[in-house]
Design a protein around this ligand. Structure first.
Ligand SMILES: Nc1ncnc2c1ncn2[C@@H]1O[C@H](COP(=O)(O)OP(=O)(O)OP(=O)(O)O)[C@@H](O)[C@H]1O
Length: 319
């Protein structure tokens, strides 16, 4: 890929928004078939809540992660107000949207997406990288229908035997050791994966509170997987996998590397997934590189201007 400048990019349409800014689809002005997802981070907001370290981490970690199951970071830019991450676009939409639309997924589909995420985790965890915010919203479908992970804003690198204390994530998916601020490692991502498998098969998340009260969700998580009711129609072998991923003691959870040997995957051809010859369960409708029908985002182009309360001039030389 040729090196691009910010001025080479035409802003097409928003794809999503997050804590510090937004993600938009952009197009290379010199080659309209080349589109990218541009994450734009507001420096004022980052400095206001002291997330400088995390943003630098996001760049370093994403740059290291070159896998077919993780969105690729191509380049970064910065100007006085913003930092920019230029990424591979995944126009199939969020896995959460697909689950919502079909209500719950059949075992074949759930197995396929679990396997994609497992491949991402095997790769990341082999490098000591913990995602920490693994959710169905941070898993996107690419144009073929394969899933890739995004959003490494909460990610950190841990040495074998060590832990990180980065607090954060999404309550429904958060491992108990994160809630209790005990320090966590790669096993926290396996807990979140267990939640994702349950969610895909049941159509609701195992620890969710019907009133969306985060404190109650934390209580539910701390009660553990044994207090969760499993739907009658869930296969026992899938339930077994979820229970082994959501064990209270992080050291007793299955590792990502152990997942392919679990019985739920007995009939699954991992090599076909890895070389991308497996037929995905859903092929997203995408008719052009600027087709964003799988994203339902309000137009937030009129971003509120922030007064310059914080000095944002000197903290980002490494970005
Ligand atoms: N590479 C991509 N291709 C397509 N859409 C993307 C891409 N990256 C991000 N998005 C969309 O933008 C949304 C926000 O992206 P992301 O989660 O990275 O931002 P964030 O600011 O870290 O969000 P949050 O505060 O929710 O963690 C995603 O949920 C997704 O819908």
């Amino acid at each position: 890929m040729a090196t691009l400048k910010l001025e080479d990019l035409h802003r097409v349409t928003p794809l999503g928004s997050g804590g510090f800014g937004r993600v938009i689809l952009v197009q290379d002005k010199n080659n309209s078939s080349d589109t990218y997802a541009l994450k734009i981070l507001n420096k004022q907001r980052i400095v206001a809540i002291g997330y400088q370290e995390r943003v630098l981490n996001e760049k370093t970690i994403m740059a290291e992660l070159k896998s077919d199951f993780i969105v690729r970071l191509y380049q970064t830019f910065k100007d006085d107000e913003y930092l920019y991450l230029l990424m591979e676009p995944c126009l199939g939409g969020e896995l959460s949207t697909l689950i919502y639309e079909v209500d719950n997924l059949n075992h074949t589909a759930a197995k396929f997406y679990t396997a994609c995420i497992t491949e991402a985790l095997i790769f990341m965890h082999s490098k000591g990288i913990v995602h920490t915010d693994l959710t169905t919203s941070n898993a996107l479908l690419d144009s073929k229908g394969y899933v890739k992970l995004i959003d490494f804003g909460m990610a950190s690198k841990v040495r074998p035997g060590q832990e990180t204390t980065t607090f954060g994530g999404t309550p429904d998916y958060m491992a108990p050791e994160i809630i209790l601020n005990k320090g966590h490692n790669t096993a926290a991502d396996l807990w979140s994966l267990g939640v994702i498998v349950y969610y895909m098969l049941a159509g609701w998340a195992p620890f969710e509170d019907k009133d969306e009260n985060d404190i109650q969700t934390y209580h539910n998580v701390l009660k553990g997987i044994d207090a969760v009711v499993f739907p009658d129609d869930m296969e026992n072998i899938a339930e077994d996998l979820i229970r082994k991923l959501c064990r209270d003691d992080p050291a007793k959870r299955l590792s990502a590397q152990e997942i392919p040997a679990h019985g739920w995957f007995n009939d699954f051809h991992w090599e076909e997934l890895r070389n991308r010859t497996m037929k995905p369960p859903f092929i997203p409708k995408i008719t052009s590189p600027v087709d964003t029908r799988n994203f339902d985002v309000e137009d937030f182009s009129e971003e509120a201007k922030h007064s310059s309360t914080y000095d944002v001039s000197s903290w980002d030389p490494d970005f």
